[in-house]
Ligand binder design. Structure first.
Ligand code: NAD
Length: 283
């Protein structure tokens, strides 16, 4: 075995969607540290450029920011052409764009005799447009980039695709039905794609992060004014045997393992990185 267990990654090219976000940037830094050239794709070009500059200055490896909308095939095709001309063929794809929205979130966890008439706070008041946007961003936002950004892997006869799932995929969390259903679909799609691509030597796996305090869930887990934990935040901590939120860097080991040849016979798996949340029944 190579002295550096991730030595096969050196010089490869990775495209990551949502790469300017909290988790995307952290994953980009980790994989770039193994010598992988990074194309940081994001809806927000300014943030993508900033993230690329940060990644490059940290690792000394080439990194570029590229504007791309994961819900728009043409935008993805344009992004791919840019990555190919500036960095080369894409060996690795990380589908990291995703998230929830307050518009697809119920105010109440349960429908009860007390709130049954206050439909705005329950399932009955969910904004369908918000629901659709969250569902599309997470599922179609993984399908479309996979369709457009993996054609080089077919040509190269090798590749690795990483999807980002969530704890919601195993058991839905209260209040966020669109996000839960979409992430459950990510696990299913990961298995489907793993089978579909297997004969082409392209592996497809997913990472299911536990709870990390980021922009998309801060409003649910901490009080805006005091910064202290909400009741939901407390529930999560007590449901996590390790007793804390994760740090984005906690995902690095799973990522490097799944994209490198160390996992060359591993495809179709979803690795939880969650401090034990998924294993814990609460008793
Ligand atoms: P984030 O909001 O910090 O980052 C998401 C990034 O995606 C942003 O930079 C945003 O500009 C970009 N984006 C949004 N819509 C896009 C589009 N249409 N096209 C391209 N880019 C788009 O979120 P994060 O917390 O870093 O989450 C990253 C991934 O991890 C998501 O898939 C999320 O569902 C998943 N996840 C997060 C947590 C958590 O606790 N934060 C837990 C489990 C899973």
């Amino acid at each position: 075995m190579n002295k550096n267990p991730f030595g096969d990654l050196n010089g490869k090219v990775c495209a990551i969607t949502g790469g300017a976000g909290v988790i995307g940037l952290s994953l980009s830094k980790a994989i770039s540290g193994a010598g992988v050239k990074m194309a940081i794709l994001d809806l927000n070009k300014e943030l993508a450029d900033k993230a690329a500059a940060e990644v490059k200055s940290l690792s000394g490896v080439e990194a570029i920011g590229v504007e791309a909308n994961v819900l728009d095939k043409e935008s993805l095709q344009k992004a791919k052409a840019e990555v190919n001309s500036k960095l080369g063929k894409i060996d690795i794809l990380i589908n990291c764009a995703g998230g929830n929205s307050p518009k697809a979130t119920t105010a109440e966890e349960f429908i009860t005799k007390e709130n049954v008439n206050d439909t705005a706070k329950t399932f009955f008041g969910l904004d369908i447009d918000g629901f659709r946007k969250v569902f599309d961003l997470n599922i179609l936002g993984t399908v479309l980039p996979t369709m457009v950004l993996t054609t080089d892997m077919i040509e190269l006869g090798k590749g690795s695709i990483i999807n980002i799932s969530s704890m919601n995929a195993f058991r839905p969390l209260t209040k966020i039905p669109a996000y839960s259903a979409a992430k459950a679909s990510i696990n299913n799609l990961t298995e489907w794609l793993a089978v579909h691509f297997a004969k082409m030597n392209i592996r497809v796996n997913a990472i299911a992060p536990g709870f990390f305090l980021t922009n998309q869930n801060r409003f649910l887990l901490t009080d805006e004014k005091t910064g202290s934990l909400t009741a939901r935040g407390h529930k999560i901590i007590s449901g996590t045997p390790m007793g804390k939120f994760g740090e984005p860097e906690d995902l690095n080991g799973a990522l490097l393992y799944l994209v490198s040849d160390l996992s060359s016979f591993v495809t179709g798996v979803v690795i939880p990185v969650d401090g034990g949340f998924n294993a814990y029944s609460g008793v």
